[in-house]
Design a protein around this ligand. Structure first.
Ligand code: ADE
Ligand code: ZN
Length: 335
């Protein structure tokens, strides 16, 4: 199996924070355009600061970096840069997260963020023929009341959003804190996902299932510590959006060589590979696939299963899903 086979393999990105695709070059360009001061002298300076010891040390830098995003055009440019990049990685469908509270708490109106991102999404659909969905994530270090306020601001946009998510500092902020706002989002017809078991315990994965009634788990690594939970996730074909380079960068897994992705597949889990915050963790989705395949010596069949799982775990309608699966099958047959 060549790297080229992996790169061009049709795949879906299901775990990507658009703010986490802000490359240092764009950060500098936007800082200049918006006259925002950033505490770095050069692009190299920024990259040198990207050395993390856990989730929080990353989040502190990630939220600071987002301060350069101010106008609709900024959010559009950010989204376009991401889609242009992953069009080269075989991505034919993307369901991306955005964190409205990161921006509204700095005085940027919700509508500015949403207008800009949707402009970028429309451009990507036209330019690359991708299908794209946008997921609004609540910041779990903030209150449920704050999440409800954000949900109210999103009201005019709800028919254009595909789902809600839950991210930010996991430890001490269990899914149970957001049960009511997730129930409201579910009642509004949105799909539901939550980061769980990235740093937090398997118990948080139980809570995401039982109290938030999620359709998908983001990360889910620590579910492996609980055999009964693994059996349940496998039985229910619950998708886990796993992010190997993120796991190593945030020290949730010591090395890629020890990453449990193939163990997850062997256990019957519907695991997939994604990038999380590619500008911060050293690679986009293609890089995650290629490096993990090399480090774990994955077979061609395992790599194709990961790509198939990305489509099966998506929130696509049956017809579009069938189209993407047919594209994947045709690619595998021809290559
Ligand atoms: N890996 C991650 N975990 C939790 N929140 C995040 N926000 C952006 N990336 C995240
Ligand atoms: Zn994430």
């Amino acid at each position: 199996m060549t790297n080229d086979f992996i790169t061009r393999l049709p795949k879906a990105e299901l775990h990507l924070h658009i703010e986490g695709s802000l490359e240092p070059e764009l950060m500098f360009a936007l800082a200049a355009r918006n006259k925002v001061a950033i505490p770095f002298a050069s692009v190299e300076d920024v990259r040198a600061a990207y050395s993390f010891t856990n989730l929080q040390t990353f989040l502190d830098i990630y939220y600071a970096g987002a301060a350069v995003l101010k106008t609709e055009e900024d959010f559009r440019d950010l989204a376009v840069a991401y889609f242009d990049r992953v069009a080269q990685d075989g991505v034919v469908h993307a369901e991306i997260f955005f964190d409205p509270q990161t921006h509204t708490h700095r005085g940027i109106p919700f509508d500015v963020v949403a207008n800009g991102l949707f402009a970028g999404i429309e451009e990507a659909k036209a330019k690359h023929g991708m299908s794209v969905g946008l997921i609004m994530s609540f910041l779990r270090h903030l209150s449920e009341e704050d999440a409800f306020e954000t949900f109210a601001q999103a009201e005019p946009w709800l028919d254009r959003l595909i789902g809600v998510g839950l991210d930010s500092s996991e430890m001490g902020n269990p899914p149970s804190k957001f049960a009511r706002v997730f129930a409201a989002a579910g009642d509004a017809g949105l799909m539901l996902c939550a980061h769980a078991g990235e740093e937090g315990p398997a118990e948080y994965v139980h809570e995401a299932l039982d109290l938030l009634h999620v359709d998908r788990i983001d990360h889910g690594n620590r579910a492996l510590e609980d055999p009964a939970l693994v059996a349940r996730l496998a039985r229910d074909a619950m998708t886990l959006t796993v992010c190997p380079l993120s796991n190593v960068a945030l020290r949730n897994v010591d090395t890629l060589e020890n990453h449990p992705i193939d163990r997850m597949l062997d256990l019957g889990l519907r695991a997939t590979i994604h990038s999380d915050d590619p500008a911060y963790f050293g690679g986009y989705i293609g890089e995650n696939y290629r490096q993990t395949a090399a480090a774990r010596n994955l077979s061609r069949e395992q790599v194709v299963t990961l790509a198939r799982n990305s489509f099966l775990g998506s929130f696509l309608d049956d017809e579009t899903l069938a189209g993407h699966l047919a594209t994947l099958d045709a690619y595998v047959k021809a290559n």
